[in-house]
Ligand binder design. Structure first.
Ligand code: SF4
Ligand code: SF4
Length: 211
């Protein structure tokens, strides 16, 4: 694989602590008092199967959210709470399932970290982006991202911003409504997203209609 010693996984830094756990000001009940972010499901096979099995319910939930315009604050707080409950170093599934595109500055950062030229990073570790021929994405092997070793990122300190912020729930400045499809798409492979959405249903009192 690529040079560079094993350092740390992308997620070894703990996510920021929630600054507020009481969401009553948003018109929704407190996350912690009601235990919405309780036990989490982390089994990737189970998560994929449940997501496939409940595809119609998920679509209905997505439509419900689109129609109701809930405030974003409680969703972000819930996301931070769930992020603290899940050990990403035991998962790393996003490094296997997603493609990371790179800016020139991010390529230069990786090059400095590996002590090679940017052109070498491009040549060895990237391929053209299928959606934009002038852009580059990180190369994948059958085991995921070219920089993934087991569950560890070999360029952790120099990883691109998309990797630092994945799954983009608590840190994104965009509202849930404006990025609903991408959030729901990630629920099938990311335990954080899956558990946040399941807990969010409870938080807002959503009950699926029987088919
Ligand atoms: S897929 Fe989600 S839970 Fe798994 S490592 Fe990535 S961010 Fe963490
Ligand atoms: S650079 Fe690759 S291995 Fe590292 S965090 Fe990003 S996707 Fe994962």
């Amino acid at each position: 694989m690529c040079p560079g010693s094993l350092r740390a996984h992308r997620f070894l830094e703990p996510p920021p602590k929630p600054t507020c756990t009481d969401t009553t000001s948003h018109g929704l009940p407190s996350i912690h008092k009601r235990g919405y972010a309780g036990a989490v499901l982390t089994d990737l096979v189970q998560i994929r199967q449940l997501t496939e099995m409940h595809r119609a319910d998920t679509l209905a939930f997505q439509r419900h959210l689109a129609a109701h315009h809930y405030p974003d604050g409680p969703f972000r707080i819930l996301a931070r709470t769930v992020e603290q409950q899940i050990d990403c170093t035991a998962c790393a599934n996003c490094c296997r399932q997603t493609r990371v595109s790179l800016s020139e500055a991010e390529i230069a950062t990786i090059a400095r970290y590996l002590e090679i030229e940017s052109s070498e990073v491009v040549r060895q570790y990237t391929i053209p982006d299928a959606d934009n021929s002038s852009a580059r994405v990180l190369r994948h092997s059958k085991d995921g991202c070219v920089f993934l070793d087991g569950n560890l990122c070999m360029v952790y300190e120099a990883r691109p911003r998309a990797c630092q912020e994945f799954p983009h729930l608590s840190v994104s400045t965009r509202s849930l409504g404006s990025r609903m499809s991408s959030v729901f798409r990630r629920a099938g492979f990311c335990p954080i997203v899956y558990n946040v959405l399941e807990s969010y249903k409870k938080l807002i009192g959503y009950h699926p209609h029987p088919h």
